[in-house]
Ligand binder design. Structure first.
Ligand code: UDP
Ligand code: MG
Length: 320
């Protein structure tokens, strides 16, 4: 079967050679699969694209799509799925944090054991900053509580899928993409494989804490509307508290008279309510912002350069 490996790369000049060498070994171990390595250069600013072109010149299994600028990993995954011509498609990081040695097992799961996809999760987060692990755990816990899409803690984007699965993902043309949620949302039978965390082979991570934080908000907005209900609930709660306070003040006035005191507490209450209102408008605003971006229907990525489809062109030139 034809197997396309989609590899999103952003400033990966240091890691690419290690990755390619490792993949060559694995491809040799799997002669039964017809490999295609589809590198997605996500607007890298270093020599990543040059290295990919060198690889492509030496090995015809190497294909690439290069973006006109950095569109993010999610866009790169989408471009990879869209341009994949394999019966099976696997998404892998370029830094060898997704061990290629798992490929034979994943291949078996999808071709022989009747699964539609083989997914992976890392069982620990060794080598990661503790604060990051802590917030990641909280995020997965929260996400599973507030959304219907099942999102597994420690799940990677490293996943092998058959055609049906890929087509289902491509059906979802949303702009605000959160693949970990989309994978769960489309359903199908998935086999989970586990592995110990591996540190990246070279280069450094592209995800700052802030970028991850924004990404987690994207995930929540994309897969849950609970925050909206929560703000409505908060409004009702405040009304109830206010009603109780009114009763209290009226009764106090009737019994003791002279209720025109408490200016400082008044200011606190006004500011507190102002804060809650702004917070709820903020929640509303983030959904509106995402809706705004969706309705514009901008393309998810723009291809600057590619060698896909070049074979047919050269063949035609030779013929004509
Ligand atoms: N990546 C990308 N575009 C980006 C950021 C990252 O294509 O804007 C790629 C990157 O080259 C790598 C993968 O996404 O192949 C995972 O990124 P990284 O290893 O930096 O993330 P981490 O493993 O630390 O979560
Ligand atoms: Mg990595």
């Amino acid at each position: 079967m034809k197997l396309t490996a989609v590899i999103p790369c952003y400033n990966e000049e240091a890691a690419l050679h290690f990755f390619y060498e490792k993949m060559r070994e694995v491809m040799q171990e799997m002669p039964y699969a017809e490999f295609e390595l589809l590198f997605i250069d996500d607007g890298s600013k270093d020599r990543t694209l040059d290295i990919i072109k060198e690889l492509a010149a030496a090995d015809e299994r190497v294909k690439y799509v290069s973006f006109s600028r950095n569109f993010g990993k999610e866009a790169a995954i989408y471009a990879g799925l869209e341009n994949s011509r394999g019966d099976l498609t696997v998404i892998m990081d370029a830094d060898l944090q997704d061990p290629p040695s798992l490929l034979p097992e994943m291949y078996r799961a999808v071709t022989e054991e009747g699964y539609d996809s083989a997914a992976t999760r890392r069982v620990n987060r060794k080598g990661e900053p503790p604060i990051r692990s802590f917030f990641a755990r909280r995020f997965y816990r929260l996400m599973n509580r507030i959304s219907k899409a099942e999102i597994v803690d420690g799940a990677r984007d490293f996943r092998m899928m058959n055609r049906a699965f890929v087509n289902a993902l491509l059906e979802m043309k949303e702009y605000n993409r959160f693949s970990k949620g989309l994978f769960g949302w489309v359903g199908f039978r998935t086999k989970w494989l586990e592995f110990e965390n591996v540190e990246r082979v070279a280069g450094e991570t592209k995800w700052s804490f802030w970028k991850l934080f924004l990404y987690s908000i994207d995930g929540i907005v994309a897969f849950s509307t609970i925050p909206l209900s929560l703000s409505a609930f908060l409004g009702i709660l405040m009304c109830l508290i206010a009603a109780a306070a009114i009763v209290f003040i009226v009764v106090r006035q009737i019994l003791y008279g002279g209720s025109a005191f408490g200016w400082p507490s008044m200011v606190c209450i006004v500011m507190f309510l102002g804060g809650i209102q702004l917070f709820c408008i903020g929640i509303l605003g983030s959904y509106l912002a995402k809706t705004y971006l969706e309705v514009k229907k901008r393309p998810i990525y723009i291809c600057g350069e590619t060698n896909i489809g070049k074979e047919q062109e050269t063949a035609q030139e030779q013929r004509g």
